[in-house]
Design a protein around this ligand. Sequence first.
Ligand code: KG4
Ligand code: ZN
Length: 352
Amino acid sequence: MKDRPLILAIETSCDETAVAITEGDRVLANVIASQIELHKRWGGVVPIIAQRAHEENIEPVIQAALKQAGVELSAIDFFAVTVGPGLAIALEVGLVKAKALASHYGRPLLPINHMLGHIYANLAKNRHGHSSIEKIEYPAIALLLSGRHSDLVLLTDKAAPRIIGRTLDDALGEAYDKVARMLGLGYPGGPVIERLAREGNPKAFALPIPMVNSPDYNYSFSGLKTAVLYKIRDLKADGLELNRQQIVDLAASFQEAAFASIAHKLTRAVQDHAVKQVWLGGGVIANTALRRYLRARLRPLGVRLYYPNLKKLCTDNAAMIAVAAYYRWLDGDRGQQPDKIDRQPTLSFDSH
Ligand code: KG4
Ligand code: ZN
């Protein structure tokens, strides 16, 4: 086997049908069919709608990726697929397809943890061979913020990734989506709140900074979301709808409290574990205000902050799954018999 194998990866854990082709860690194609329009009217992802859309999209997306990469299926050295965490019936679509391809072409199939993918997105190289992280220095911490997770993961060269902190209730992306819904801003909430917050005053409303007094590395965003809800109720008490200034101020104040909580636990974990690098991952990391905020908080600690070099690598995509698979391959993982691989909707790092 060559040292830079051709990999085809499939990711269908939530609402994006994604297929990527990489040569080792170098991305040749990263195609995503987004279902945002389909789920918008429901204010969130509806599993059965996601499953049907994956079924419709998977084949055309595979073909588009092959065409973009200029690669034939028969040239693929091995396949990779997200097995979890995610929506069971959505995961199943990608898994069935990946198993069929691996069996048909007699190639290995590597089952990959979606969250490991978000971590490895930082190591994805573009066509010129550049990635966000050029040199890994351990110990590192990955901060993974998505619609489903808010995890602090300790990375060392000695052991498997270990979650040292997580959200006790809502994920940060979920809180963004819920707050956006309360403000009548549609779905997904992250990008629209980020945009409106730029016009708002982050000190306009004093919202509680979650979890600053807890001694662990955990997060909690459900109380913050409820605090926004009460603020909206107070403001509407006179029977009037919120005006634009109130909406942008609420968006900015919500972000301010969330960022402060994220940074508080992150900086504590960095100090406690003598961390050298912080890697960001997940859809919320597309938020440039959050990146700026964290960079400012980490600078005095002498710690470098990294995030994937394209927004497309922050939100769900399959290039990150291919790159994670490549690193497992370098570690000697040669996959499993396709018929032994099953979806794992609640997969965590401990199982990898
Ligand atoms: O990682 P991802 O694409 O899917 C999951 O695995 O959940 O993350 C999606 C989440 C959504 O909750 C969305 O509102 C949030 O990421 N998001 C953002 C931004 N872009 C997407 N949150 C804050 N700011 C953004 N710019
Ligand atoms: Zn994700």
